[in-house]
Design a protein around this ligand. Structure first.
Ligand code: HEC
Ligand code: HEC
Length: 378
């Protein structure tokens, strides 16, 4: 475990300790509540951090020119969307808020850096359905800053520029890539990774929108009374801040909270359990060829049983703009999510591979409404 990671872990433990200590019993002070939510240290929320937007919104990055990243990660829907039906996606589209401070990406965390994540999405037939060669060609077709990712070997650049439209389909370009000599392939790989890095930088720069929680409230009166009471439930009786805390309300860790398949009573998606195994094979992760090293230590690639059915704690920013929740989009409203945590009705509690994390909350009608008001305020 790296020192940096150890520090993260320890600060997590301290936050958990503070969160239960700060709001148990009575009405907390504003300072105590903010501390319990992990909102005391705030990075600057300056929109000027927004970098070059181009490729994220550019459909030319997909082989059929039909999708961009923003087709699924829509700014107006908290950089998410409810389209489980696009392509062959089996998981819900997560929001991109708070990506800058995460270590792992995807619901199961199978990518150990944002760059590794973007490279996988670009090549995934169910998402961008592009290819390395197409992305290298994209770098040749565009001006700065994307042009900084162009392959430098002249012969290769000429070869890519002269490709006919019929050679620029996803399958044909993948075949052509495999036909290149090793040196040219490595040039194409570098160009591909460079474009992915630009996109990843953009994703990291997406600022968290201003709300009452980002404006450093000083007095209880600054906060709507129902939202305030909901925050107290969230950090206290609801124990939500155990996992959802900090700027984006996520610990970035993996937990099995018993979410069954849509219309079923079982969990068939092994989540983190199989992701950790696939990370060893992923070309862009730490243990393999990597252009943008992750911050993850080798020991993190060891599988353990409690990883089964565990998914990454999602960010809660912009919840009110979204309509599908959980890794499989099982719930269609925030009210349904709160009902789930309140009653744990239909929760899957496997007899093996499980660490019990939640218990029913038995909220009153008012607490339930307040918690929803708080979640809508994020
Ligand atoms: C067809 C819809 C679709 C497109 C297009 C798409 N994504 Fe995604 N994205 C998803 C889905 C679904 C997931 C979750 C998949 C999983 O966890 O297995 C995801 C996950 C992510 C994540 C992980 C977030 C986290 O917190 O773990 C990031 C970052 C991301 N996408 C960025 C991008 C970028 C950048 C592009 C364009 C290059 C893109 N996506 C294109 C649907 C899409
Ligand atoms: C043990 C850690 C943990 C606790 C405690 C916890 N959550 Fe979660 N939360 C998660 C994980 C993990 C997921 C994703 C689970 C999945 O998709 O299978 C999640 C998902 C969610 C989502 C869906 C977000 C999205 O993008 O789909 C909401 C909303 C949410 N939690 C709110 C709450 C509230 C409110 C509480 C307290 C009543 C709470 N959580 C308690 C870990 C936790």
């Amino acid at each position: 475990m790296s020192v940096r990671h150890l520090v993260r872990e320890l600060s997590g433990v301290i936050l958990l300790f503070v969160s239960t200590a700060a709001v148990s019993g009575g009405d907390p002070s504003v300072a105590n509540l903010l501390e319990a939510l992990g909102l005391t240290s705030r990075p600057p929320l300056d929109g000027t951090a927004f970098r070059m937007q181009g490729p994220f919104f550019d459909k030319n990055l997909s082989a059929d020119g039909a999708h961009s990243c923003a087709s699924c990660h829509m700014p107006s829907q908290a950089w998410s969307s409810d389209q489980l039906s696009v392509g062959k996606l089996t998981r819900a589209v997560p929001s991109l808020y708070g990506a800058a401070d995460k270590q792992y990406f995807f619901w199961d965390g199978r990518a150990a850096s944002l760059e590794a994540q973007v490279m996988e999405v670009l090549e995934n037939p169910a998402e961008m359905n592009s290819s390395r060669l197409l992305v290298a060609r994209y770098a040749l077709d565009n001006g700065r800053p994307i042009a900084s990712c162009r392959p430098t070997t002249h012969g290769l650049a000429d070869e890519l520029t002269s490709l006919a439209p019929s050679q620029l389909t996803a399958s044909e370009s993948r075949r052509l890539y495999l036909g290149l000599d090793l040196e040219s392939r490595s040039e194409v790989d570098k160009s591909f990774a460079c474009v992915a890095h630009l996109i990843a930088d953009y994703v990291r720069s997406i600022p968290i929108p201003r709300t009452v929680w980002t404006s450093a409230p000083k007095r209880k009166n600054d906060i709507d009374p129902s939202v305030w009471r909901g925050a107290v439930v969230f950090a206290g009786k609801g124990r939500c801040a155990t996992c959802h805390y900090g700027q984006s309300f996520s610990d970035g860790q993996f937990h099995n909270i018993g979410i069954a398949n849509v219309n079923e009573v079982d969990i068939s998606d092994p989540g983190r359990f199989s992701a950790v195994q696939s990370m060893r094979q992923n070309e862009y992760n730490l243990l393999a060829k990597t252009y943008y090293p992750s911050r993850v230590a080798e020991t993190e690639f060891n599988v353990s049983e409690e990883m089964w059915g565990a998914f990454k704690t999602p960010s809660l920013i912009g919840l009110s703009k979204r309509h599908k929740f959980m890794h499989n989009g099982r719930f269609g409203s925030i009210g349904e999510v709160v009902d789930y945590y309140d009653t744990l009705k239909l929760a899957v509690v496997p007899t093996h591979h499980y660490v019990g994390l939640l218990s029913p909350l038995n909220l009153s009608q008012e607490e339930r409404a307040d918690l929803i008001a708080f979640l809508n305020s994020l």
